[in-house]
Design a protein around this ligand. Structure first.
Ligand SMILES: Nc1ncnc2c1ncn2[C@@H]1O[C@H](COP(=O)(O)OP(=O)(O)OP(=O)(O)O)[C@@H](O)[C@H]1O
Ligand SMILES: [Mg+2]
Length: 247
């Protein structure tokens, strides 16, 4: 996790207006068109915002975890919005026209998939499943079938297949990477957007958006600790960062 200093001769980017404040991040415009700054907060929410809290140090851990994973994905040929880290909590990204979908990739049953299929948590799936949820807080972020996505006109059929393929490619990179560090990548959420007319991976990849289980102990090292009021929530985020950094 070294080498995030400003490149020599690299332009200084100035933060301008708040574009959007979400539950975990704030997005700012900059003086460079097409570039945004993502600021990672310590606030945490769960159950569609019904549970709220603060996880000390989460933002600083998540920005570094996300940056590290985006760099690995870029090296693997997957296009992301990531440019570089700017500060302890900020990263420079491409402005995308976000697609209001959450792509969830699942390797092991947990959460709503366990409920939907009647699978016990921890049951390995025959092969990874990709699900799409509609990002609509007012509708409770419902699960969509492919035809729903096409009916909504969020993407066309070719782009839908691209979203599936990209999501599985991300899994093919991240699952072995976490495995080498003793972590089971149970499932994770991705958000994509358009840069010109190309689909690009955006948002973040962190213990807020992944389920990560210790391979030896089964201990949960992700936001489920917060959801379930388990102790040592802060430590879980630091542990994931530590395992990625020590490589
Ligand atoms: N490259 C990008 N360009 C523009 N917007 C982005 C980009 N990457 C992520 N975003 C958006 O910025 C916001 C990040 O804030 P945050 O994740 O805290 O939102 P949130 O509380 O989860 O709410 P939301 O339901 O909108 O995601 C999200 O709406 C996300 O879709
Ligand atoms: Mg979000």
């Amino acid at each position: 996790l070294k080498g995030y200093k400003l490149p020599p001769g690299g332009k200084v980017v100035r933060k301008l207006d708040k574009l959007y404040e979400g539950k975990a991040k704030i997005v700012y415009t900059t003086d460079q068109p097409g570039l945004l700054i993502q600021y990672f907060k310590d606030s945490a929410t769960a159950f569609n915002g019904k549970k709220k809290g603060t996880i000390e140090g989460k933002g600083a851990a998540n920005v570094r975890i996300s940056a590290y994973l985006f760099e690995i994905l870029e090296k693997a040929g997957i296009k992301t919005h990531y440019h570089r880290l700017l500060t302890e909590r900020e990263m420079l990204i491409d402005r995308l026209e976000m697609i209001p979908l959450e792509a969830i990739v699942r390797n092991i049953a947990a959460g709503s998939l366990s409920e939907r299929l009647g699978y016990e948590e921890g049951r390995r799936l025959k092969k990874p499943i990709v699900e799409f949820y509609y990002k609509r807080d007012d509708l409770g972020d419902p699960l969509l079938a492919c035809q729903h996505v096409l009916e909504l006109g969020l993407v066309d059929g070719v782009q839908f297949q691209q979203l599936r393929t990209l999501s599985l490619q991300v899994n093919d990179v991240l699952q072995p990477l976490f495995a080498e560090r003793g972590l089971e990548l149970v499932d994770f959420k991705l958000e994509f957007g358009f840069r010109d007319s190309e689909i690009i991976l955006g948002d973040e990849i962190s213990p807020d958006t992944c389920r990560l289980w210790d391979k030896k102990t089964g201990e949960r090292l992700d936001k489920d600790r917060f959801r379930r009021d388990l102790r040592r929530v802060e430590e879980a985020y630091q542990e994931v960062l530590k395992r990625l950094a020590s490589s």
